[in-house]
Design a protein around this ligand. Structure first.
Ligand code: SF4
Ligand code: SF4
Length: 168
């Protein structure tokens, strides 16, 4: 969607598949109808602000090597209010379990737990919370649902979905 730092999107268009674009009513996990393989965005000059403003973590973080390029890894890294999201191409739902990705994801989860940083794998509408000790497969998470963690100190010992209005 964008170009930043010394890296560039090149042939990659994976964010145009894995990200939800509210303006276009495009759900997460299905390729945008404006995206063409080998051509990129067909409405690039008029693309929504959500697309203009977006750049995945791989583009801007030099610590993420070439193997993390989304077109190679099938994984798009983004930050959230709570931590890191690893958005997996639904066509390759186990891509995040391959090495070296799974070990790196575990390192982030282990380091993050002591700082209240969450590590969430998103596969289409399905989400898996990865913690230092466990994986919590939350299944399909609707946009109006929120993930609530049960903590013992900084240790995550449980995770559940609640309707967003219940939190208000
Ligand atoms: S996923 Fe990242 S590298 Fe790929 S097109 Fe989107 S912003 Fe560019
Ligand atoms: S409008 Fe263009 S940049 Fe935005 S998701 Fe669709 S193809 Fe990608």
């Amino acid at each position: 969607m964008n170009i930043a730092s010394s890296k560039s999107c090149g042939e990659c268009t994976l964010c145009c598949k894995v990200m939800a674009i509210e303006t276009l009513a495009k759900p997460a996990g299905s390729r945008c109808t404006h995206c063409r393989s080998g051509q990129g965005c067909l409405i690039y000059a008029e693309r929504p602000a959500e697309c203009r403003d977006y750049g995945c973590l791989w583009l801007v973080d030099d610590r993420l090597g070439p193997h993390w390029k989304p077109s190679k890894s099938s994984l798009v890294l983004t930050t959230s209010e709570d931590g890191i999201e690893i958005r997996c191409d639904p066509g390759f739902p186990d891509a995040w379990r391959k090495e070296p990705y799974r070990s790196q994801i575990q390192q982030w989860a282990t380091a993050g737990e002591t700082h209240d940083v969450t590590v969430l794998v998103v596969i289409g509408e399905r989400m898996v919370l990865v913690t230092a000790e466990q994986e919590f497969d939350l299944g399909i998470v609707r946009p109006d649902q929120r993930i609530v963690r049960e903590l013992e100190g900084t240790r995550v010992v449980g995770a559940a979905l609640v309707e967003a209005p219940e939190l208000e």
